[in-house]
Design a protein around this ligand. Structure first.
Ligand code: ATP
Length: 191
């Protein structure tokens, strides 16, 4: 049975934390393929102004260039509006009916899972892989959600930290791959 991972988020921008989560999920859960799925607009941050979708996609493609088991899926951006995970998950279930589908999620989002759209259907269709950032409490998955905790390589960087460092003129090397950092500067993002 094929094991597929889905990794949703704003990716504004993608950073080393995301990539370490991806590597841990592949290693610890033997994923065959991992799809990075940038949201058009998060239901939990409806008012937040994101960088243009084309730029977020470009940065993701640069970050994943050397990882043949990773792929960028722009379906939420093409759909537009608020991005609901259940719509994306149903698309994967339709396309890969025989696969085991896992959804990667940061521990900070776990307590709110029961509030996600069609939560019980979501819990039925996917296994959740949870990664805790350093210093974060271990949050158990609320039933009926099921899944596994990834040990990974806990790394506390966040996209908002990168945005504020760029704005403050501080370096972002090692927080995101060099080709992503270079593109952020060349495009004049987050100033
Ligand atoms: P922001 O700082 O803008 O809120 P973010 O860094 O949390 O962004 P997202 O694109 O919103 O990035 O995250 C996508 C997913 O990756 C979420 O489930 C989030 O919890 C998880 N994630 C982000 N950074 C890390 C990290 N350093 N370690 C583990 N999980 C992370």
């Amino acid at each position: 049975m094929k094991r597929i991972g889905l990794f949703g988020g704003s990716f504004d921008p993608v950073h080393t934390g995301h990539l370490l989560v991806a590597c841990a999920a592949r290693e610890e859960r033997q994923l065959d393929r991992l799809y990075f799925i940038p949201a058009a607009q998060s239901p939990f941050k409806p008012e937040s102004q994101l960088a243009p979708a084309a730029d977020r996609l470009c940065l993701l493609r640069l970050a994943l260039a050397g990882l043949p088991w990773c792929e960028v899926d722009d379906q939420e951006i093409r759909r537009g509006g608020i991005s609901y995970t259940i719509d994306t998950l149903k698309d994967y279930v339709r396309r890969f009916p025989d696969a085991e589908i896992s959804y990667l999620i940061g521990a900070d989002h776990v307590p709110k899972l029961p509030q996600w759209r069609q939560a019980s259907e979501l819990a039925r269709l996917a296994t959740f892989l949870v990664i805790t950032r350093p210093g974060e409490p271990e949050t158990p998955l609320p039933p009926p959600f099921r899944g596994h905790r990834l040990s990974g390589f806990p790394f506390g960087v966040s996209a908002s930290q990168i945005r504020s460092r760029v704005k403050a003129g501080l370096p972002i090397q090692y927080l995101t791959p060099p080709q992503v950092a270079e593109a952020i500067y060349n495009k004049g993002l987050y100033l």
